[in-house]
Design a protein around this ligand. Structure first.
Ligand code: SF4
Length: 256
């Protein structure tokens, strides 16, 4: 980070004062400082386990509506039978795929998508995971959000900021995104008259704000760090503010 802890907090609080008193525009510098601080505690890489691009596409597809921890448990059993070969998945009986991935939820739809994805990889891309959003979203089960994860992880390309449930909640708590710009009506209060976050805020609007506020060089790393903070300390209900590395500078920290 290049500056001591006291200097860091001083700089950040100065930025927050500027943000809250002089300007409503969140400052990109705040984000860089937050990322620097999070890096001292968390690994800024993806939590999903994989060893090949093909395995990453499978893991990302399975992670819809499922925790990364559960996906990793499932793929630990599933990947060895595929041997990294899209042909093995393309030819596997659908019931067998369902059996392997059942615990990730929505397993019937996911199994069908995985098989269609493997067949498309073979037929349209010679078995190689493509390196553009335009081509990735042609694969069954890969939407723009998954495409962003894959592009960032495999090709170090950034076409957006991935907004999952943790990023959605924590970017609001830290007031990185302006709450008046992100839609939603379900306001969650942590004390009477003290707004915590907006539960049904729009992920698309949050992503648009983050693409404006977060420096592009951090678009891949930033969500990975927030996901890890969200699992470790900044959980949805009763966050563990006393042990949170961002506690000294969080506008909605609980009394400790
Ligand atoms: S201080 Fe509490 S609310 Fe703020 S980021 Fe940390 S855990 Fe979340």
């Amino acid at each position: 980070m290049g500056i001591g802890n006291n200097g860091y907090i001083h700089d950040l609080m100065k930025s927050y004062c500027h943000y809250s008193i002089l300007s409503l525009a969140p400052m990109p510098g705040n984000v860089s400082l937050i990322v620097d601080k999070l890096r001292t505690k968390y690994d800024p890489t993806i939590a999903l386990h994989y060893t090949t691009p093909f395995e990453l596409v499978i893991a990302v597809s399975l992670s819809a509506q499922c925790t990364d921890k559960k996906v990793n448990e499932v793929t630990q059993q599933f990947f060895p039978v595929l041997h990294g070969d899209p042909r093995a998945l393309a030819d596997m009986p659908i019931e067998a795929i369902e059996g392997y991935i059942r615990q990730t939820g929505f397993y019937r739809a996911k199994a069908r998508n995985l098989q269609r994805m493997a067949r498309a990889l073979l037929e349209q891309f010679n078995g190689v995971v493509p390196d553009s959003m335009e081509k990735l979203i042609m694969l069954a089960g890969v939407a723009r959000k998954s495409g962003n994860v894959i592009l960032g992880e495999l090709f170090n390309k950034s076409e957006g900021v991935v907004v999952d449930t943790h990023v959605k909640r924590i970017t609001q708590r830290l007031r990185i995104v302006p709450l008046e710009q992100i839609g939603g009506k379900q306001k969650v209060y942590y004390e009477p008259n003290k707004l915590d976050y907006i539960r049904d805020a729009s992920p698309e609007k949050i992503e648009r704000e983050l693409m404006r506020i977060v420096p592009k060089r951090l678009w891949n790393e930033f969500p990975h760090l927030l996901v890890k903070l969200g699992r470790d300390a900044c959980i949805a209900q009763r966050p563990h503010c006393a042990v949170c590395i961002l506690q000294p500078l969080c506008p909605v920290k609980r009394a400790v």
